[in-house]
Write a protein that binds this ligand. Structure first.
Ligand code: GRG
Length: 315
């Protein structure tokens, strides 16, 4: 059975409501936390965004449950804390990326960036809080079923490690460091292969961790996990290529962030290396490879439709 756009849209809308309600519950609160950090941490998360990483984690858990013929709702519930943690880590990375010391941007998710509203120091702390709280959530949740289940604890530890590795120096932070280094005066420009490797760490690692986290929490192992990792690696590449294309073609008002920044800054991008048409073809080929990885392990649910949506999106 194929999933239609409407099926995907209504699935995403339902899961998004669940994720947003869970984020409301899990974000830092008063009175344990000072009001200023509660407000600064919530500001960029509640602003919205596509919630791609949480959706991937949940779709992955759902696909694994389908494949293992177990109930989908408990699998989704087990994956929900990891889905929220991933969104907090992703949001921290955007808050820090937008700082004057990095990309120096004033518009994100359709709103002024966190440092514009709260000041630089507080935006740094908001990012720090989001990153740290993500690991509190991964260690503490889910609160039910009762804690102390050794199978669940083992899944949680694997998930926590997978996400930490993806967010850290071998993953997102490492990729951001390469990006920053390449932008320094006098630095050698990245060639197409170095660009691919930089994005694989900076953006791809967390996308892969999202698919893995949902799958691990739902009980996947071995070839099923490998297939999902391959799916997500291709999806991450397609996502990045489309992001570069939208930076050329999109309007800031649709994107919710400043369009045209990469070209203006002379940054290497897929359209700059290959042109728009070849970049679109590359993204389409990546999606085909992502779908082939799923088929190999007979994984489905919403994952194929999410892959197609990633290349057809306009924001
Ligand atoms: C500061 C450690 C650190 C890392 C920053 C991800 C990242 C690393 C920076 C973002 C720069 C950027 C615009 C990358 C292009 C791809 C990307 C990650 C876009 C933003 O993600 P979306 O489109 O955002 O999923 P929303 O707002 O929809 O969640």
């Amino acid at each position: 059975m194929t999933t239609t756009t409407t099926d995907l849209e209504s699935w995403l809308a339902g899961q998004r409501r669940t994720v947003d309600a869970a984020l409301e519950r899990l974000l830092p609160r008063e009175p344990e936390c000072p009001r200023i950090i509660v407000e600064a941490a919530r500001y960029s998360v509640i602003a919205g965004g596509k919630r791609l990483r949480p959706m991937l984690a949940l779709a992955s858990a759902d696909a694994v449950a389908g494949r293992l013929s177990v109930d989908r709702d408990p699998a989704l519930a087990l994956a929900l804390p990891a889905a929220c943690a991933l969104e907090l880590i992703h949001t921290y990375s955007l808050v820090h990326d937008d700082l004057p010391a990095m990309d120096d941007d004033t518009l994100r998710r359709g709103r002024p960036t966190a440092h514009v509203v709260f000041g630089e120091g507080m935006a740094i702390l908001a990012g720090d809080a989001l990153l740290t709280e993500a690991f509190v959530i991964l260690a503490r949740e889910p609160a039910s079923p009762p804690r102390g289940d050794p199978v669940l604890d083992a899944r949680k530890l694997r998930t926590l490690r997978r996400i930490a590795e993806a967010a850290g120096a071998a993953g997102m932070v490492g990729g951001q460091a390469l990006d920053l280094q390449a932008a320094q005066a006098g630095a050698a420009p990245l060639d197409a292969d170095a660009l691919r490797r930089m994005h694989a760490s900076k953006t791809g690692a967390l996308i892969r961790a999202a698919a893995a986290a949902g799958a691990i929490m739902a009980g996947a192992d071995g070839p099923m996990l490998d297939a999902l990792d391959e799916y997500a690696a291709h999806l991450g590449l397609a996502f990045q290529i489309v992001d570069d294309i939208l930076d050329v073609e999109g309007a800031s008002v649709d994107l919710g962030k400043t369009a045209g920044k990469d070209a203006a800054a002379g940054k290497p991008t897929y359209p700059a290396f290959f042109g728009l048409e070849a970049s679109r073809a590359l993204a389409a080929r990546s999606v085909e490879s992502a779908l082939a990885a799923l088929e190999r392990e007979r994984l489905a649910g919403q994952l194929p439709a999410i892959a197609r949506w990633v290349v057809s999106r306009t924001h």
